[in-house]
Write a protein that binds this ligand. Structure first.
Ligand SMILES: [Zn+2]
Length: 181
């Protein structure tokens, strides 16, 4: 799959790399919302946020935060919008997870605000109940993962389970990028 971010990492692109280590790359793209917009992404190709391992996500977040501080000091910005476009439905253009740091000044003409509207009570209730159930399922799947880590001697079971999980994960990633329920 053609990936603009992998092209940057492999120096197949004109885009400048501002910083890189073994895991994370920071680049200034030529297509920006405001001058000095910075893109932080993992070196390994992860399609969406849900696929990024916790330690890599943590590192990307810390670096994005540091970039935000650098932008305040060097570009004189008055604020930053830190954005993740996660999934096609959310406007994700490159299929490689990234955090965008957008320097802002007052009245820069960029409109990233949205009007919140009052939802009807039944819609709110339905959303709440659906999400509450979803959170419970998430909780129990996290607990199960922890159980797996607490060393058991059922090694074969565990590796079978892991393979099944990997398959699920691939499906899940594809569905998630397209936001298919
Ligand atoms: Zn990539």
């Amino acid at each position: 799959m053609k990936c603009e971010h992998c092209d940057i990492i492999e120096r197949r692109s004109k885009i400048e790399i501002l910083y890189e280590d073994e895991e994370v790359v920071v680049a200034i793209k030529d297509l920006s919302i405001t001058p000095g917009q910075i893109t932080v992404f993992p070196k390994e190709h992860f399609t969406i946020l849900e696929g990024v391992p916790e330690n890599i996500l943590e590192k990307c977040s810390l670096i994005a935060n540091k970039i935000g501080i650098a932008v305040f000091e060097s570009l004189g910005s008055q604020g930053t919008n830190i954005m993740i476009q996660n999934g096609l439905g959310a406007g994700q253009k490159v299929p490689h997870f990234a955090i965008e740091v957008v320097p802002r000044v007052e009245n820069d003409g960029l409109n990233l605000t949205w009007e919140a509207k009052q939802l009807p009570e039944d819609e709110m209730e339905t959303a709440f109940m659906t999400l509450e159930q979803g959170m419970k399922e998430l909780d129990s799947s996290v607990e199960n993962e922890d159980d797996g880590k607490e060393g058991s001697n059922k090694t074969k079971d565990k590796s079978d389970k892991k393979i099944a999980k990997e398959d699920d994960k691939d499906n899940y990633l594809l569905k998630s990028l397209k936001k298919i329920p």
